[in-house]
Design a protein around this ligand. Structure first.
Ligand code: PXP
Length: 255
């Protein structure tokens, strides 16, 4: 069973993003807390895959973390990365189960906005071809916009991941009308992408308060969640934090 592709259980898959375990480690240097240990705990708690973002500036996950995760994990690894030559070479060396292409700016705190596939269609088509040939499922992290979805389909991506950051931000700001409009956009675009033959994932900024309406979108087959879970783990431990997310996802799906 892979984190992408047909899941025989038919349940919504959870990819746990462990970047911020590395953030805490890097605050002091040294070797703990260890992202591999977090990945193993996440698996025991019901994660279907592990997601790690190797950023250009290596602010959290390091090259050595990717080596260690590839060696230790029995779950599929979803490697998030910018569409650069350096990252392509790393992905081709490791051949992770999935590669998710994200936009990256050095000055941003987290991934802001989706990749502009429509603007970079030609370059990205050439960029993803060797990754797909190497057996990686290529996913593109995009805003819920028809032009981006159509471009992702045209360049031959297997998967799109819809950016849920705006939906979560509106929720946090208490702008419920804007939040609900964004959720409607996510719903429509998930259906549109699915109709074009793309597998649909979603993620960014999701928490216990925001996960269920996204989990209920029928075409979405995988959620990738990190920052909230690692934060929540400080208070209740990583295993219970993930189990509660799993429970909420499954409950939303069962309705
Ligand atoms: N999906 C993608 C493509 C991301 O870039 C990130 C953040 O690295 C996530 C999901 C997870 O977001 P968060 O850490 O806010 O849950």
């Amino acid at each position: 069973m892979g984190i992408t592709g047909t899941d025989p259980l038919g349940r919504l898959r959870l990819g746990v993003n462990i970047d911020h375990v590395a953030t805490v480690r890097n605050a002091r240097g040294g070797s703990y807390p260890d992202p591999v240990r977090a990945a193993e705990l996440a698996q025991a708690a019901g994660a279907d895959g592990i997601t790690a973002h190797l950023r250009e500036d290596r602010r959290h996950i390091s090259d050595a973390d990717i080596d260690a995760l590839m060696a230790a994990l029995s779950l599929p690894l979803n490697l998030e990365m910018a569409a650069t030559d350096e990252m392509q070479a790393i992905a081709l060396r490791h051949r992770p189960h999935a590669v998710c292409l994200v936009p990256e700016k050095r000055e941003e705190r987290t991934t802001e906005g989706g990749l502009d596939v429509a603007r970079e269609e030609n370059r990205l088509a050439h960029f993803i071809a060797p990754l797909a040939e190497a057996g990686c499922r290529v996913s593109i992290f995009i805003a819920a916009e028809p032009a981006q979805i159509e471009a992702a389909a045209r360049i031959g991506a297997a998967v799109i991941e819809l950016h849920t950051g705006a939906y979560c931000d509106f929720h946090a700001d208490g702008d419920l009308a804007a939040r609900d409009a964004e959720l409607e956009r996510l719903r429509e675009m998930a259906a549109y992408a699915h109709a074009l033959g793309l597998e649909v994932h979603a993620g960014h900024g999701l928490s216990y308060d925001t996960v269920q309406p996204v989990a209920a979108l029928a075409e979405v087959v995988e959620l990738n969640i990190g920052h909230f879970l690692i934060g929540e783990a400080i208070f209740r431990g990583l295993d219970p934090a993930i189990r509660e997310m799993r429970r909420l996802m499954d409950a939303a799906r069962a309705r």
